[in-house]
Design a protein around this ligand. Structure first.
Ligand SMILES: [Zn+2]
Length: 458
């Protein structure tokens, strides 16, 4: 096994840090690059990444069909000629080439030479969507995450509770790697409230003097309530210096007394953009990404200032490419201007919702249609259903209503649907069973061409 290359040998760390400076030095270097430097780095990295993507069947086939060739890129404007893809194309790739699809730049057989990890997303219905990350991709991804956490107030040497779910998803793991490997923080791996009780989380945070508890804003506000019940003042006693960006920013700032700085990322590409203290948009890490905004319907590139779907190209990886991935998250790109903080990095608006119907329920992405499919498959349910998202206290909630077959015990059916949803989705979702026909008013059955299955009342 002379060919075995261990993770420490698989990454040239000197080169990595030269290309992608880590926090805190990043904020004195690449963060302050002038527009020409930013764009020339992007073009150089884009060309390399396009050449690598073209060797991956998923991209090669699509690019061939669209007449796009990686070698034809001579300016950043050429990127728009590369065809986009969405999660539906990823799903189709997995169906055709299970279990990893044909969109990965590396495969498990390469692992002796190219150490890798796999994390998955989705999986509410059908297969999970895997992404294989090389050692390089993990390191740069963690470094980007560390930049965001630093800007949000976490400092080297801090004790930090990581209360995200350590699971098949990337989220908790990339935070862990960022904190440990790139910020020299001491991570307390509490996991969610199911793993470490809320009281215990508070006790640990107090005992070790934690500066942050990484979790959703909803859960952090819940922890504040638990703390008060324990006679602990969330602001004075916990004294957190950084807050999460998912949840009610105003309520979080009032409860903990520190600012919420927004950020944007998703698990395949890790951290993309983060807000600076000027709070005038999220600066994109442009040494690692090119962000475009496209029309959600037509896919056409939109001018600066118009809201549309985020189409992302990473220019930092060596493994599985994300090259013009239309993620269907809504945002707006601002013109390149110098920010109060001194940075010329382009800024984007905070996440403004989904181009489609996805709901983020306690950190888990759920689709109303997928919940409907699960609920209506329960014996005693008809194919008629309706999903409602609403706000209760600090949390987003979802309620699924199914119409019952005649002579079905509706209370028992509702309980069975709840159990099935909890089992399949992994979060608690309340269910109601009604009589057949009772949903027609909501779905438009008998009057509308396309039935309405979802209401977002948040
Ligand atoms: Zn700024």
């Amino acid at each position: 096994m002379s060919k075995l290359r261990r993770p420490r040998a698989a990454v040239d760390f000197d080169r990595l840090e030269q290309l992608y400076p880590a926090a805190p030095e990043y904020f004195d270097t690449a963060w302050l690059d002038d527009p020409r430097t930013i764009e020339s780095k992007q073009l150089e990295r884009l060309k390399v990444r396009a050449g690598q993507a073209q060797r991956v069947p998923f991209f090669a086939n699509r690019w061939d069909a669209a007449g796009f060739d990686a070698g034809s890129i001579t300016s950043l404007d050429d990127l728009v000629r590369a065809p986009m893809y969405t999660v539906d194309d990823i799903r189709a790739s997995i169906e055709a080439h299970p279990p990893f699809g044909d969109y990965q730049g590396v495969m498990p057989a390469d692992a002796p030479r190219e150490p890798m990890r796999v994390f998955t997303s989705g999986g509410t219905t059908g297969r999970s969507r895997p992404t294989l990350y090389t050692a390089w991709d993990r390191e740069v991804g963690a470094l980007l995450t560390a930049r965001a956490l630093y800007l949000q107030g976490i400092r080297p040497g801090d004790v930090v509770l990581n209360a995200w779910s350590y699971s098949t998803h990337n989220g908790a793991h990339i935070m862990d790697e960022a904190l440990y490997k790139w910020l020299n923080c001491i991570v307390v791996t509490t996991g969610t409230g199911n793993v470490t009780s809320s009281r215990k989380q508070i006790e640990l945070a107090l005992e070790y003097g934690a500066s942050a508890i990484l979790t959703t804003g909803d859960y952090l506000l819940h922890l504040a309530e638990v703390a008060r019940d324990m006679g602990i003042d969330p602001k004075a006693d916990l004294a957190l210096t950084a807050l999460p960006n998912i949840g009610d920013a105003e309520e979080l700032e009032a409860t903990f007394g520190v600012p919420v700085l927004d950020s944007y990322g998703f698990h395949e590409v890790q951290w993309v953009a983060v807000e600076c203290p000027a709070k005038a948009g999220l600066h994109i890490f442009e040494d690692a990404f090119i962000v475009q905004i496209v029309d959600t319907e037509t896919g056409e590139l939109l001018p600066d200032g118009e809201q549309g779907s985020i189409c992302i190209t990473e220019i930092y990886k060596t493994g599985s490419p994300q090259f013009r991935y239309n993620i269907m998250d809504l945002s707006t790109l601002y013109p390149r201007e110098r920010c109060e903080c001194g940075s010329w990095l382009r800024r984007m608006a905070p996440f403004a919702g989904r181009g489609d119907n996805m709901v983020k329920l306690r950190g888990v992405n759920v689709w109303p249609e997928a919940l409907g499919a699960i609920a209506t498959a329960v014996p005693g349910a008809t194919s008629d259903y309706f999903v409602r998202a609403y706000r209760e206290g600090h949390r987003d909630e979802i309620e699924v209503t199914v119409a019952a077959e005649p002579d079905t015990d509706r209370a028992a059916l509702a309980a069975a649907v709840e159990a099935e949803l909890s089992e399949r989705v992994g979060v608690r979702i309340s269910a109601v069973a009604c009589r057949s026909g009772e949903l027609d008013r909501l779905t438009g059955f008998g009057t509308a061409a396309k039935l309405v299955r979802f209401a977002d009342e948040r």
